[in-house]
Design a protein around this ligand. Structure first.
Ligand SMILES: [Zn+2]
Length: 196
């Protein structure tokens, strides 16, 4: 499910770089929110700080990482383990035989069993947009979007106690989900699919 902020070696959960430069956890959190797609106003509100303070946080991270822009800073942060990227490829789609762990009901199913739900077309700037069917969790009463789930290989990477092939109907409790990222993605999904 995207990007995860990793706590570092500094007492506040941030990082001490080269033995002297401190990047605070909060500053990295600010940067993280930018990386997952929030704009300055949204992110500042999310953190309960002013937009200028928020910008200062982001700028401090870029400067301390000696990055010329946000994209470059993100790459450096990932290379140094400050953020972890999960091996997701929801834009490219799931391979049909890959098992997916539903983020909502915590049950697993092969991606090919996901149910396709036709999406309403809409018009943007006089152009008719026909979105592809949304694929949802096949378990009764769930209906969560598949692309937000986790691939089973990803689950096993995080927790080696998980079986090679998951059981159907079984609820798998995963504790490593990044709650904030989850809420944010859900919010964006609602905006994208229901806000129109
Ligand atoms: Zn589900």
């Amino acid at each position: 499910m995207g990007l995860k902020q990793i706590r570092g070696n500094a007492p506040d959960g941030g990082y001490i770089i080269n033995g002297e430069i401190h990047i605070s956890y909060r500053a990295l959190e600010a940067f993280y929110l930018s990386a997952v797609g929030m704009n300055n106003e949204e992110a500042a509100e999310h953190m309960g700080i002013g937009v200028n303070t928020y910008r200062n946080h982001v700028y401090a991270v870029m400067k301390k990482l000696r990055a010329g822009n946000r994209a470059n800073a993100l790459l450096i942060a990932i290379e140094n383990g400050m953020f972890e990227v999960s091996g997701h490829h929801f834009l490219l789609g799931w391979s049909p035989e890959e098992w997916v762990l539903c983020w909502k009901c915590n049950r697993a199913f092969p991606a090919e069993e996901a149910i396709g739900v036709e999406q309403e077309s809409f018009i943007v700037d006089h152009v008719l947009i026909e979105p592809p069917p949304e694929r949802i969790c096949p378990y009764t009463g769930c209906g969560a979007g598949v692309w937000e789930g986790w691939s089973w290989s990803e689950v096993r990477e995080m927790d080696s106690n998980m079986p090679e092939i998951p059981d159907r109907d079984k609820v798998y409790k995963v504790t490593w989900l990044n709650k904030k990222a989850e809420e944010f993605i859900e919010m964006k999904r609602k905006e994208t699919y229901e806000g129109k």
